[in-house]
Write a protein that binds this ligand. Structure first.
Ligand code: NCD
Length: 320
């Protein structure tokens, strides 16, 4: 995968997964996102780093945050954005994915942002491209969601200095979550040593699952959250579950919902995160989701800067 994602001189070529991506590459993206955030706050002129470039959003699964923020990020850097309308495209006439991609490539575009329910689709596209275009994974099945991992790392990094002393719990539907995988990848690479995963047994991967090696697995959320600096809550992804695996929402909330009482077991000021969309009072209580420790909307805001930084790395040359 590294050969696919990185050029021979170590620059990003595609962004498919954060697994195995060198720490220096990740930190460079985060530093760049931070600079973009600063410029935007200071009212600096929008950048024209991507002027003349074309980005195509290809979302085969629904999205609010990721799609809109890729669109905004690209436009704020001066690119032209096409939000490809899959429902009205020849996909519904049976045109294959790769024929669709080659057709769009023939119109000369520079980047494909791809979300798909099948794990591995962005990688397949990247391997079959016939042009210079790059592929950005916007979430594939339960495999990876690299820009979510980056924006979560950016959000945490703005609040805490030393990642090596952090205790972070990721709680929810770990088994089906591409966010959990990308968050674990990036937090590990940045030095978080105490990473805890908590879920009901049926939503936790089997112990020894390679992606979650070195994480501590919990079934009891009261134990898992104790002494944590940050809690990353995940949505119950019913669309990816077999009917039998769906717990009752009330029972799930009683055992795994982040309530004020549970939050009080964590370190004072424990940061609360969720990639969205939230199922209120299933994964997280209203007062916690909207409370002073919640970074949920800050994650959304940072998503635009993280995606601007990734696009600048992939398409914009080296100047920040
Ligand atoms: C996530 C996704 O689609 O993977 N949402 C997002 O991109 N912010 C998480 C989810 O859908 O639960």
């Amino acid at each position: 995968m590294q050969n696919l994602q990185l050029t021979s001189d170590g620059r990003l070529r595609h962004l498919i997964t954060l697994a195995g991506l060198p720490r220096a590459v990740i930190e460079r993206v985060l530093d760049r996102a931070e600079a973009m955030r600063r410029d935007s706050r200071d009212g600096a002129r929008p950048l024209d780093l991507l002027a003349g470039r074309t980005l195509i959003n290809l979302f085969f699964e629904p999205s609010t945050r990721t799609r809109t923020s890729f669109d905004l990020a690209a436009q704020r850097l001066g690119a032209l954005v096409i939000n490809f309308d899959i429902e009205r495209s020849s996909t519904v006439k049976g045109e294959s994915l790769l024929d669709t991609i080659h057709t769009l490539e023939a119109m000369h575009c520079d980047a494909f942002v791809v979300r798909h329910k099948e794990s591995g689709t962005p990688e397949t596209i990247a391997r079959h491209l016939r042009s210079h275009a790059c592929v950005l994974n916007a979430g594939d099945g339960s495999h990876a969601h690299p820009t979510q991992g980056l924006l979560d790392a950016l959000t945490l990094r703005r609040r805490v200095g030393d990642f090596s002393r952090l205790s972070v719990v990721v709680c929810g539907d770990i088994r089906h979550s591409r966010v959990a995988r990308s968050d674990v990848d990036v937090l590990r690479t940045l030095g978080v040593r105490d990473l805890r995963l908590c879920a009901p047994p049926e939503l936790l991967p089997a112990p020894g699952t390679a992606e979650f090696a070195q994480c501590t697995l919990f079934h009891n959320f009261d134990d898992a959250v104790a002494g944590c600096d940050a809690a990353i809550m995940l949505r119950l992804q019913k669309e990816r579950m077999e009917a039998a695996a769906i717990p009752s929402e009330a029972d799930y909330f009683a055992r795994y919902g982040l309530t004020a009482a549970r939050l009080a077991r964590a370190k004072p000021g424990c940061l609360v995160m969720h990639p969205g969309p939230i199922n209120r009072n299933v994964e997280i209580a209203d007062d916690v989701a909207d409370g002073a420790q919640s970074l949920i909307l800050e994650q959304v805001a940072n998503g635009v800067f993280a995606r601007m930084a990734v696009l600048a790395e992939l398409l914009g040359g080296s100047a920040a």
